[in-house]
Write a protein that binds this ligand. Structure first.
Ligand code: PLP
Length: 428
């Protein structure tokens, strides 16, 4: 799932009419015999989204998809034909488990700075950032293990680690009394999305970054820096990565506790499924061992395309168009929210990324319920319960602004305002 949505055990609606009846919940997968117990803890995100996709004229503010018109389709098609002809063994055969050496070298060079020396041994190519998350769970999570996770947390990460049934220790990094050392002590790893977090859209400040890195070094806890949105700053200079802060004062090849994850999904296309991990060589070797039992290797064709696209500067060429379109859509959404939703919701305008996180002013607004009422009004949002490992936060929602043009964002906000009123009326 990209940055998707909906809620645990959510019934699937029949149709778009505001007062359409809501169908009973789909049977849970785990109620059928033979499935592993963790499946009983999954939510019905996929079935709700499949059903939502069939609702005519639905405005989907719940997903986390990029705008497809930004993809350089013709250029990629030409490159694909060229690399299959010129490098059939690399493009069409099995490749090395950690990734094509030339692509690992390129990522190492791209992520290096004056103070951070990276080599191929610091890099693993993954099948999307999602696989990096899954592999970290495989190599670090032991039964009954604890994950200290920035809260609210990315649903895809929670999904990736669900089979290990971890305990979660929420990290509310923005709170003055947050103690990262206490959160990380004894945890198997800490998970953060410092740039424009999914779902909260929040940018972790420099002092907060410094405190996280210091705590990881002091406690010896692996610190995951999941960074698919670091290329989507709409204003302000990018803050140093946790990886940079961790390397400062430690000259020599990187061997610290930060496990950095990048992806081409937001700066090129998600369908290539190219991601990477930058970490200490020992971590890269462990992740490669886990990757062998996962997919043997990431698609050679995708890796060759990524290599040629990055070498040729394709991502730099399309970046200005991506940033200006998404910035304009963020502004359009926030203007429409001010117009239609200011009485109902509180939010902060994000300075990058793909999401606005909003919290209900009225505590009686249950956003799980709002998801369903919203679908009946022709608008889809992501309720906060799916980003809470305990599934208990029902006061907030995530709104995506990258997929829809301004008119649809405005109409989506109008519908959402009506759905909020209907949800609150039913709660009285
Ligand atoms: C925080 C975060 N991490 C990882 C991913 C995975 O992205 P991909 O597998 O497309 O690289 C996403 C996708 O939306 C995300 O939001």
């Amino acid at each position: 799932m990209p940055a998707h949505a909906p809620a645990p055990h959510t019934p699937v609606p029949h149709a778009a009419a505001p007062d359409a009846p809501i169908a009973p919940a789909q049977p849970q997968a785990a109620s059928r015999r033979g499935f592993a117990p963790w499946l009983a803890q999954t939510n019905d995100v996929t079935s709700v989204f499949l059903a939502a996709g069939q609702i005519p004229d639905l405005i989907n503010l719940g997903g986390g998809l990029p705008e497809p018109s930004l993809w350089p389709v013709e250029e990629l098609a030409d490159l694909a034909a060229a690399v299959i002809r010129s490098h059939p063994a690399e493009a069409l055969g099995y490749g090395p488990i950690p990734g094509l050496p030339a692509l690992r070298d390129l990522i190492a060079a791209r992520c290096s700075t004056a103070n951070l020396r990276l080599t191929r041994d610091n890099v693993l190519i993954t099948t999307g950032g999602m696989q990096a998350l899954e592999l970290v769970g495989k190599v670090l999570l032991q039964p009954g293990g604890t994950v200290a996770a920035q809260s609210p947390a990315y649903l895809g990460a929670l999904d990736a680690w669900r089979p290990h049934v971890p305990r979660y220790r929420p990290m509310r990094i923005e709170r003055n009394d947050h103690d990262p050392r206490a959160a990380m002590q004894g945890a198997q790893f800490a998970y953060t999305v410092p740039n424009f977090s999914n779902p909260s859209g929040r940018l972790v400040s420099l002092p907060e970054r410094q405190a996280l890195v210091a705590a990881a070094h002091e406690t010896g806890t692996w610190l995951i820096e999941d960074d698919p949105y670091g290329v989507l700053y709409y204003e302000g200079a990018p803050l140093p990565r946790l990886l940079d802060l961790s390397a400062a004062g430690h000259p020599g090849p990187y061997a610290g506790p930060v496990v950095y994850m990048g992806s081409l999904s937001k700066e090129l296309t998600p369908g290539l499924r190219i991601g990477w991990v930058v970490a200490a060589p020992a971590m890269i070797a462990a992740l490669a061992t886990a990757k062998q039992g996962s997919d043997m290797c990431t698609s050679g064709l995708s890796q060759m395309l990524a290599l040629r696209a990055l070498e040729g500067g394709m991502t730099e060429r399309i970046r200005p168009a991506i940033l200006s379109l998404y910035r304009a859509r963020r502004d359009a959404l926030c203007a429409a929210m001010r117009e239609h939703l200011a009485g109902d919701l509180d939010w902060q305008v994000p300075s990058g990324g793909m999401f606005v996180w909003a919290t209900a002013r009225d505590p009686r607004l249950d956003t799980d319920r709002l998801l369903q009422v919203g679908l009946a009004h022709g608008v889809c949002i992501s309720p906060s319960s799916v980003f809470d490992p305990q599934g208990q936060d029902r006061r907030s929602l995530r709104i995506n602004f990258t997929l829809n043009p301004p008119e649809a964002l405005e109409e989506g906000c109008r519908r959402l305002a009506r759905a909020i009123r209907a949800t609150l009326a039913a709660a009285e």
